[in-house]
Structure formats: structure tokens, C-alpha cells
Design a binder for this molecule. Structure first.
Ligand code: GLV
Length: 327
């Protein structure tokens, strides 16, 4: 039997390549630039599997160009780049990489929170500029993180990992989500439920941990920023499109909030020019970017593909109904 053919849009990591190659014949895109859309379409034309990144749009047009495709494995937990219903309609399995990036992403939400509160970006620029004149009493004074109120919008695995870290900082933790966690979990994490408006009004740091869904698209509007304290900081490591970026810029310009720290943007890699301000920390979508975690993510995507072609249920299937109909 010929081995199933797979396209991987990055060379992945050695460990992941080994997993994929156990069952599949793999073509890797290994040019320094990302795969152009025409190349993606052309190379996927005869492939049965695809390992892709969240920057590749897997939509109806792509699926049409890849008629032999049976599985798409996203190397990401978020899968808003994949039209899952379109995959299901064509009998294509879609998978993601949940579970392995929660702690690393939570670390990064904290990195951003600390950086914006303590003005690290400005401090680093000054230290590198050659213009630093030495310690001064009121130089780049920021705001304390410890002892403040942290509001988590979205209290899934990542939101909870962020909450766990807050106890060392003696913070009050509030959360809002469509589901309330159990009383036990609330106690363990020292977290209290609030409705969205109350959370926004009471929090000193608001950190976003919801997935991008039709219901969360543009969730943070002018009205939401208006409810925040003028001293509040807004942190986003989730997806840019949960925020109306123009509304955020306006909130910063009119001092409705004190600052923001962002890892994700509405139109990546384009960043709204109005966000280029001293009180905003900007990162280029790095929250899961530790070598350990990115290696695990690639290995999980590879395992999803290998298991599928081995006749097993892929561990992280997003549309299990495909397996039911194809048997
Ligand atoms: C990264 O943003 C991911 O969704 O894994």
C-alpha cells in the first residue's frame, strides 16, 4: 500500500517529523518565507493530509483545490483559520492542539501584565539608548501588580492557569465566562464569578482568554472600555478579533484606560498604528512560543495525522461526526 501523502507548511521539529514519517510520505515547505497561497493550493492538490499553521486559511476555496484531502491538522489550539463546517461537509477531519500550551500562554499573559504595569518597554528603550542618567526618584514609575484585582474574561484552561499564578501576588481574582466553574474550583483558585460589566468595573487588570467565535467577535467595544477603570490595563493573548481595535485605540487616546499589553491583533501581521504608544506593550503573537511547547504542539499535530492514517481516532478531532459517517 502506498503511504498517504501529507503536506506540512513548515519543517516542524525533528520529533514531530519522526512521528509523521512513521506512517506518511511528507512534503515539507521549508523556504524562509511562509508558503504563498498559490503554492499551498498547488502542493495540496494531490495530498491526503495537511499540517498547517494558524496563518493559513482552510476555507471552501482551499478544500476545493485539495480534493483528496482527508485530514487537516492545525498546529494551534485556536482554529478560527479553519472552516470546520466546510471540512465536515467534505468529510475532512480537522484537529487542533489543546492542553499543551496552557501554562506557557499563562506565563506570557503574566509577562505582558508585568511589562505594561512596570513600564518595561519604555525602561528597556531607555537602558539601550545611551541616554540614561541614573536612578531617579520618579523615573518611569509604574503601578503595582501585587495586591490588585485581576479580571479574567474566559475561564477555561488558560484563564485558570493565569488565576493560579495570581495567588503568589496576593491578588483578588474575578472571572466571567458562559459557564460557572464548580465552587470547589473557585475555592481552589481563589476566584469569584462576576457578570461581565461588574468584572470590567472592578478589575485593575483585565486579561482575555476566550476563543474567537461568532459570539466573541468584537466583544470588546467602546461601551466595554468605557466601563473599565481609568487606571485599568487591558491584556490580550487570545485573538485580536475579540477586540474592536479602533475602539481600543480610542479608549487609550481618551484615557478611558491606563494602558494595554497585546500579543494578538485584528489583522495580523498588521498592527493598528494607534497602538504604537508608550503605554502599550506589543508582542508579535508569541504566547505559546517556548521551544518545549511549540515542539509539543507540532508533535500533537503529527500524532493526529499519524493516528488517523493508522485507522485510529485522532486524539484532538474537532468534527468527530466525520468519522461516524465515513465509518
Ligand atoms: C496560538 O495562538 C494558538 O491558538 O495555538
Amino acid at each position: 500500500m502506498p503511504r498517504p501523502t501529507v503536506l506540512a507548511t513548515r519543517p516542524l521539529f525533528e520529533e514531530a517529523r519522526r512521528i509523521l514519517q512513521e506512517k506518511c510520505q511528507v512534503e515539507y515547505w521549508s523556504e524562509p518565507e511562509r508558503i504563498p497561497k498559490e503554492e499551498l493550493f498547488a502542493r495540496a492538490q494531490d495530498k491526503q493530509g495537511l499540517v498547517c499553521l494558524l496563518t493559513e486559511r482552510i476555507d471552501e476555496a482551499f478544500l476545493h483545490a485539495a480534493p483528496h484531502l482527508r485530514i487537516v491538522a492545525n498546529v494551534a489550539v485556536g482554529f478560527d483559520n479553519i472552516d470546520v463546517p466546510a471540512c465536515t461537509k467534505r468529510g475532512v477531519v480537522a484537529t487542533n492542539t489543546p492542553g499543551v500550551l496552557d501554562e506557557t500562554t499563562a506565563d506570557f499573559a503574566w509577562t505582558l501584565m508585568m511589562a505594561v504595569a512596570r513600564r518595561l518597554g519604555e525602561g528597556e528603550a531607555l537602558a539601550r539608548s545611551g541616554k540614561w542618567t541614573g536612578w531617579d526618584l520618579d523615573q518611569l514609575v509604574g503601578t503595582d501588580v501585587w495586591g490588585k484585582t485581576l479580571g479574567l474574561v474566559g475561564f477555561g484552561r488558560i484563564g485558570r492557569a493565569v488565576a493560579r499564578r495570581a495567588s503568589g501576588f496576593k491578588m483578588k481574582v474575578l472571572y466571567t465566562d458562559v459557564v460557572h466553574v464548580s465552587e470547589d474550583t473557585e475555592k481552589q483558585l481563589n476566584a469569584e464569578y462576576r457578570d461581565m460589566d461588574t468584572l470590567l468595573a472592578q478589575s485593575d487588570f483585565i486579561s482575555v482568554h476566550v476563543p474567537l467565535l461568532p459570539e466573541t467577535q468584537g466583544l470588546f467595544t467602546t461601551a466595554k472600555f468605557a466601563r473599565m477603570k481609568p487606571t485599568a490595563f487591558f491584556i490580550n493573548t487570545a485573538r485580536g478579533s475579540v477586540v474592536d481595535e479602533a475602539a481600543l485605540v480610542q479608549a487609550l487616546e481618551t484615557k478611558k484606560i491606563a494602558g494595554a499589553a497585546l500579543d494578538v491583533y485584528e489583522k495580523e501581521p498588521v498592527i493598528h498604528p494607534g497602538l504604537n504608544r508608550a503605554n502599550v506593550v506589543l508582542a508579535p503573537h508569541l504566547a505559546s512560543a517556548s521551544l518545549e511547547t511549540r515542539t509539543k504542539m507540532a508533535c500533537i499535530a503529527a500524532t493526529n495525522v499519524r493516528d488517523f492514517f493508522d485507522g485510529k481516532r485522532p486524539p484532538n478531532i474537532l468534527n468527530p461526526e466525520v468519522l461516524k459517517t465515513t465509518g
